[in-house]
Design a binder for this molecule. Structure first.
Ligand code: MN
Length: 213
């Protein structure tokens, strides 16, 4: 099988499809045919301890990384074309994409040809994160365009900032994902090069593609 999804122990299992979270996932669902793609449908609203952080490496039309942060019952998402860095001098372009369901943070596999985002996905990093500021909520910070967070992943660690460039209502918003200076900052690190493997399967994206070709 192409999907190495983790089984998730869910503390809360919501059956009602009419929650606001479901409406938040409309764009996600409209783009996908779940009879053809192995990606999660986001039916369950699984809740876990801590707030989920994940980065997926996604070889679609172009190779990129997808940053996912749990917020308000979904995964807020940004595509990072060049991948994240532990070097504070590197300002990484991060383009907002549609909210994804929480269980997407466990997804690894092949999105079939013809489907939205067709290509190979590995779970490049995962863990938890928290708000680095106590005077502003994550939701407010997102709206204002400056999220300061503390990431506890297997590869990314420490404080990071997501910074929107331009105005709030810009139809094509652009953000920057930047490592903040702390004990985890490392100007010589090149994590995407030195740590290419999935934290789920241990495979590189090339190995997963090879297996499924
Ligand atoms: Mn992607």
């Amino acid at each position: 099988m192409s999907c190495a999804c983790l089984s998730v122990k869910s503390a809360v299992f919501k059956k009602s499809p009419k929650s606001s979270m479901m409406n938040q996932l409309e764009a996600y669902k409209n783009k996908r045919d779940f009879s053809k793609t192995p990606e999660p449908q986001g039916l369950t609203g699984q809740k876990q301890n801590g707030m989920v952080y994940a980065v997926q490496k996604h070889h679609a039309k172009t190779l990129h990384y997808d940053l996912r942060l749990e917020m308000s019952g979904v995964l807020k998402s940004w595509a990072i074309p060049k991948g994240p860095s532990a070097d504070p001098s590197q300002k990484k372009l991060a383009i907002p994409t549609e909210d994804h369901p929480l269980d997407y943070a466990h997804f690894e596999g092949i999105i079939p040809p013809g489907q939205y985002g067709a290509g190979t996905v590995i779970l490049w990093d995962r863990g938890t994160y928290k708000n680095h500021k106590d005077d502003i909520s994550l939701q407010q910070a997102l709206k204002q365009g400056k999220l300061e967070i503390f990431i506890d992943g297997q590869k990314l660690k420490g404080s990071y900032v997501l910074l929107r460039t331009g105005k709030e209502n810009d139809p094509k918003p652009r953000w920057l994902f930047i490592k903040m200076k702390d004990d985890y900052a490392d100007a010589s690190a090149n994590l995407t090069q030195t740590h290419p493997q999935s934290v789920l399967s241990g495979k590189t994206i090339e190995e997963l593609e090879e297996e499924n070709s």
